[in-house]
Design a binder for this molecule. Structure first.
Ligand SMILES: NC(=O)c1ccc[n+]([C@@H]2O[C@H](COP(=O)([O-])OP(=O)(O)OC[C@H]3O[C@@H](n4cnc5c(N)ncnc54)[C@H](OP(=O)(O)O)[C@@H]3O)[C@@H](O)[C@H]2O)c1
Length: 265
């Protein structure tokens, strides 16, 4: 039988999140960690050591009774061994059997080259680089994580997805293709593993470096104007708003494992 998708975060949890140095991942890391019981272990991954350190400090401010581990890693080219070592090291003082809940949030994401149109995406290396960070290493990390926590009864896997996996947007060939492939991987995972809760959470348009980048560099005027309009009317979401919605989705548990749930649903 499939587990209920209602997630109680007030437990002794092991929690790993990628892209935790800024943006949506940083806020999700802080607000989710706030709920964990003493003895929990939080692992933050991204490249920027200073960004990770500031996330760690904020987490410990709101929840001083947990352990927060940071690991500066480039998920474009990290080896499976390195990812396994990061997880293993974070468990040095706490055996897996101590955790009531094991959670991973695959939040890492890049927008890709939005100056290119689909017709000009002829550089194989550029394709490989994009998919390495946004798909290949996500799958590898996910497998390493789930193998390690096989025996944990409650497991939650979150993929931070996008409306762009459902609808095409001009100038976003890499992004739309990557998000579509990534979400389908998580849907297959949900279908195969009935003891997991898998959520594909789409955060809506959020005020982060990523959307500043799209607004500044996209070759599609309509997309630049869209984000400019959201900023001018302050209708672009904050990382706080989307994180609050994310937590309410987990709390309500009204989705099926593998579903795509959007901020505006
Ligand atoms: N913002 C939106 O409107 C929006 C909408 C829908 C979906 N999303 C999705 O939400 C997620 C977060 O987006 P965001 O807007 O918060 O983006 P962001 O502000 O650009 O943050 C991206 C995060 O990913 C990390 N990252 C990027 N490349 C990395 C690499 N090679 N290795 C390790 N970490 C890397 C960054 O850290 P470092 O630079 O320190 O490595 C940063 O922490 C993404 O999956 C995005 O597709 C965003």
């Amino acid at each position: 039988m499939s587990p209920s998708t209602k997630i109680d975060l007030n437990q002794v949890a092991y929690f790993l999140i990628t892209g935790a140095s800024r943006g949506i991942g940083q806020r999700m890391a802080i607000e989710t960690s706030r709920k964990f019981e003493p003895g929990s272990v939080v692992v933050l991954l991204a490249r920027s050591a200073t960004g990770l350190e500031s996330t760690r400090a904020e987490i410990l401010d709101v929840n001083p009774h947990i352990t927060v581990v940071t690991s500066s890693v480039d998920l474009n080219n990290a080896s499976k061994q390195l990812l396994e070592d990061i997880i293993e090291k974070s468990l040095a003082k706490t055996p897996v059997s101590n955790f009531q809940l094991a959670t991973v949030i695959h939040n890492v994401g890049t927008v890709g080259n939005v100056e290119r149109k689909a017709i000009d995406m002829d550089d194989r290396q550029e394709w490989e680089n994009y998919f390495a960070t946004n798909l290949f290493m996500v799958g590898v990390l996910n497998s390493c994580f789930l193998r390690k926590f096989q025996k944990c009864t409650n497991k939650l896997v979150v993929n931070v997805t996008s409306k762009a996996c459902l609808a095409p947007f001009k100038s976003m060939g890499f992004y739309c293709a990557g998000k579509a492939a990534r979400e389908m991987y998580f849907k297959v995972l949900a279908t195969e593993e009935s003891d997991l809760v898998v959520l594909n959470y789409s955060p809506g348009p959020v005020d982060t470096d990523m959307t500043i980048d799209i607004q500044g560099r996209s070759n599609a005027e309509e997309l630049r104007d869209y984000f400019k309009g959201l900023r001018e009317t302050t209708t672009i979401l904050t990382t706080y708003q989307t994180t609050e919605k994310f937590l309410s989705v987990l709390d309500a548990g009204q989705f099926e494992s593998g579903d795509h749930v959007d901020y505006y649903d």
